[in-house]
Design a protein. Structure first.
Ligand code: HXC
Ligand code: NAP
Length: 295
């Protein structure tokens, strides 16, 4: 196996044929990367966000490159009426929706005491309210039509660890994770699966400009925090997402899959810092520890 296999598409051709997939925040970054691969696998795609010009440009670019049916729909996920319109427009165009990917997000770094309540609101509204708005509108429709469906929520690893300096995002992503696990159980009886992906660092313009502005990129090289010593490739996230929204993952429900090269665990393990001890010191350390025998 080549070392770069993870950069290649993974699923069989046609794996998402006949599926209609809606991705919020699908015009940029990871949403765009997932959407591209879903269309390559045969899905019809709806991409939704606030900036119609960005969505149209992405749809044109992808259609030119790979063909397929891609519908851009302007939708602010914080507004329930716009979410209902997204559902209606998608169903009018494609007859149904099979998969919802709650990917839209907002975030920026800041000491929490510098935030106004409006700054807190804007992030929580996009991430948590946006996710439950879409989930509720699409879910009610699936239940009414007795249609099987899948929801994929994009969270982060600090959804369960928390993180300083991105507190509104951490609170909101924790809520999205709770929603994922709760509805995986409650709506399984309707044939609706819920899963989440927790990505580690995957460079995108949107995230990097707001989380690593200016020379912070160089100062805090995120690859160095990852045991595998690299950041993520968009295709490897798209591979995982495609599997989770496909019928190949039919028995996976309520799971959050971390794709971060071991980043969060490296921060968590109490003695992980011992990787800084050079090999040459381990003989001496072992002797010191062994000397304690019987003490
Ligand atoms: C403190 C700030 C601020 C800052 C805005 N505010 N930026 N406060 N520090 N840096 C405050 C404003 O003063 C205002 O409060 C309130 O927030 C709302 O401001 P707006 O001007 O309305 O918001 P705006 O700055 O235009 O937009 C913020 C945003 C925008 C909505 C979050 O950046 C956006 O559209 N983002 C979408 C894309 C995105 O964020 N992508 C990154 C996802 S990355 P007052 O009180 O003054 O009215 C991600 C990855 C996680 O989630 C993990 C990575 C490893
Ligand atoms: P991104 O390109 O900035 O994507 C965010 C998207 O959300 C944009 O397309 C934006 O489009 C859309 N959006 C924001 N507010 C919205 C609203 N109110 N209504 C509808 N759409 C809205 O950043 P990204 O890095 O690809 O992030 C994608 C997802 O991955 C997010 O959930 C993020 O938390 C998660 N994630 C990313 C990383 C990473 O390293 N990149 C790591 C962990 C998790 P408009 O501006 O047009 O609305």
């Amino acid at each position: 196996m080549s070392q770069n296999t993870y950069k290649n598409p993974m699923l069989k051709e046609g794996s998402l044929k006949d599926k209609v997939i809606v991705i919020t925040g699908g015009g940029t970054g990871l949403g765009k990367a997932m959407g591209k691969y879903f269309v390559e696998l045969g899905a019809d795609l709806v991409i939704a966000s606030r900036k119609l010009d960005v969505l149209k440009k992405t749809a044109e670019e992808l259609s030119k490159e790979i063909g397929g049916n891609i519908l851009p729909v302007e939708c602010d996920v914080t507004d329930y009426a716009q979410v209902e319109n997204l559902l209606k427009t998608s169903v009018d165009k494609f007859g149904k929706v099979d998969v919802l990917v709650n990917n839209a997000a907002g975030n920026f770094i800041s000491p929490t005491e510098r935030l106004s309540h409006r700054a807190f609101d804007i992030i929580v509204n996009i991430v948590l309210k946006g996710t439950y708005n879409c989930t509720l509108a699409f879910g009610k429709n699936w239940i009414e039509k007795k249609q099987n469906a899948t929801v994929l929520n994009i969270v982060t690893t600090y959804a369960w660890t928390g993180s300083a300096y991105v507190v509104p995002s951490a609170c909101a992503k924790a809520g999205v994770l709770a929603l994922t696990r709760s509805l995986a159980v409650e709506w399984a009886k309707y044939g609706i699966r819920f899963n989440a992906i927790a990505p580690g660092p995957f460079p995108t313009k949107g995230a990097w400009e707001r989380l690593l502005p200016g020379d912070l990129k160089e100062k805090f090289d995120l690859a160095k925090k990852v045991p595998l010593k690299r950041v993520g490739e968009h295709q490897e996230l798209a591979n995982l997402a495609a599997y989770l929204v496909s019928d190949y993952s039919a028995y996976i429900n309520g799971e959050v899959i971390t794709i971060d090269g071991g980043e969060w665990l490296k921060g968590a393990g109490q003695f992980n810092m011992l990787e800084m001890v050079p090999d040459s010191l381990w003989d001496m350390i072992e002797q010191m520890v062994r000397k304690t025998k019987g003490n």
